[in-house]
Design a binder for this molecule. Structure first.
Ligand SMILES: [Zn+2]
Ligand SMILES: [Zn+2]
Length: 492
């Protein structure tokens, strides 16, 4: 199933290049759902393939933080909270890097969502270096490119008009209005020598700004071409819609790059879009652990994908989360026991547990509960068989506590332990399965190897109590019978 061609093509392309730079882009105006993640995971997976082949890879996440906030983004960002929308709607039109953090925990609005995105990507084992473009513009890093565009404004317009049929951008540069600091309604309406004439529809003011004092950002395609040159970008993910050859974004940015910015060549990592039913929004991320979610988006990067219930169920039954245990088996058979002592789980186990609980809720319509044996699971079994199970549990707990055995060694030793059981072995293992709620699925030795030790200890303890209780009850019965006999004798 793994698309080796996609990654093999990348390896071939960069075979003779030691350092490879991959860039991804985002506007961190809200976090978004599963549909916005593939670009980063495909880039990260590409970086892994290159690193494994011995390359040094730089991987950037570039936030277009001078982009103006728009109403749709604000709505998603505040979770459609009407009060917050009302309170912040006057922010729309200002660069996200210039707005305060609505929750007050970061230096800016952009900073808040940059952090959220980076945290999410880290949880998916994806580790880009964050670059925020507002800072680059502030520090003058873009200045030569901005200057180049302002100096050749009409030439660039003319070039675009004649080369890319049907593409004539509204503006090449988005000036920030020096009066009201909104960016969305300001535009350059004329250029005289080294001055730009900026008109802002938002406040109605007109300003003359010297090229050197110009604040704002390049139009996205020009910005893209500029950053290729700035960071020596070698590869960048694009969806197919950006790759349209006549006037697609990639072709335009490439043309601009070659004609005006020195022509740094970029290899497009073309990936398929992710579609999903709105009802599933966020629930896939909550429900699948990284080991199942990541390959879903990276194994065949070029394929279009629709995240559906069926696809999520298939992924859960396909990807292993523990040696020999698929995610679905884990949820049905191990997770309930892990609930016994969540505090003793490792961080990665806890992560698996919380995803599993959400998977149960979102995709199996069940609330995951701790499974404990009931009296009914024990009743009717011969005490000798129960005693054997108790002995086995004690033995395997000892084995697991003593050393880090491989499953093969563990299995062999446990089997040796059961050798003298003879004909009791079948019924004993059957009873053990009932007790541990493992009637189907994993082999008995496999679950004894992976169930939490606390759970096995608890099982052992319950068996001990039951066997002792049953023995006491049997003694009492005998005594009562003796009493009855005595009284019968007494009467006689
Ligand atoms: Zn914050
Ligand atoms: Zn203004």
């Amino acid at each position: 199933m793994l698309s080796t061609t996609f990654y093999a093509d990348v390896l071939r392309r960069f075979e003779n290049q030691n350092t490879v730079t991959i860039a991804t882009g985002a506007t961190c105006a809200y976090l978004g759902d599963e549909r916005n993640i593939r670009e980063f995971l495909v880039a990260d997976e590409t970086a892994r393939w290159l690193r494994r082949a011995g390359h040094t890879v730089l991987f950037f996440l570039i936030d277009d933080s001078l982009d103006p906030l728009n109403f749709r983004q604000l709505r998603v960002a505040v979770n459609k909270d009407e009060k917050l929308i009302e309170r912040y709607k006057h922010w729309c039109g200002k660069p996200i890097a210039h707005l305060p953090d609505p929750w007050g925990c970061h230096e800016s609005y952009a900073g808040h969502f940059e952090d959220e995105l980076i945290k999410r990507l880290h949880s998916l084992d994806c580790h880009p270096t964050l670059v925020t473009t507002a800072r680059l513009y502030e520090r003058g890093v873009y200045a030569p490119y901005v200057r180049q565009v302002l100096d050749h404004y009409h030439e660039v317009m003319e070039y675009l008009h004649t080369t890319f049929e049907g593409y004539s951008p509204e503006k090449l540069f988005w000036p920030l209005c020096p009066h009201c600091r909104y960016i969305h309604e300001a535009e350059i309406i004329g250029i005289y020598e080294e001055q730009a004439h900026v008109y802002c529809r938002c406040c109605g003011e007109t300003s003359n700004v010297h090229f050197d004092d110009m604040q704002g950002k390049l139009n996205w395609k020009l910005d893209c071409a500029a950053r290729w040159a700035l960071f020596n970008v070698d590869a960048e993910p694009f969806t197919k819609s950006y790759m349209e050859p006549i006037a697609g974004s990639f072709a335009v940015a490439q043309g601009l790059s070659r004609t005006f910015f020195g022509g740094h060549e970029v290899y497009p990592l073309v990936y398929g879009t992710v579609k999903m039913d709105n009802k599933l929004s966020y629930s896939v991320l909550q429900s699948l652990p990284t080991s199942a979610f990541r390959p879903l988006l990276t194994e065949r990067p070029s394929s279009e994908i629709t995240l559906s219930r069926e696809l999520v169920m298939t992924a859960a039954s396909r990807y292993s989360v523990l040696p020999g245990v698929t995610y679905l088996d884990f949820i049905k058979q191990l997770l309930p026991m892990w609930l016994l002592t969540p505090e003793s789980l490792s961080a990665s186990q806890r992560d698996l547990l919380s995803h599993g609980i959400m998977f149960g809720k979102n995709f199996l319509d069940t609330e995951m509960r701790l499974h404990l044996p009931t009296r009914a699971n024990l009743e009717g079994e011969q005490p000798a068989v129960l005693e054997k199970i108790r002995g086995l549990l004690k033995h395997v707990i000892g084995l697991r506590e003593a050393s880090e055995l491989t499953y093969e060694d563990f299995n062999a030793q446990a089997k040796t332990f059961m050798e003298p059981w003879g004909r009791d072995k079948g019924p004993a293992l059957h009873r053990l399965r009932l007790l541990a709620g493992q009637e189907q699925g994993l082999p008995a030795m496999r679950f004894l190897f992976i169930l939490p030790l606390d759970y096995l200890n608890l099982l052992q303890y319950m068996l001990e109590l039951y066997v002792q209780g049953a023995a006491a009850a049997a003694r009492q019965d005998e005594e009562q019978q003796d009493d009855t006999r005595e009284s019968v004798y007494a009467v006689a």
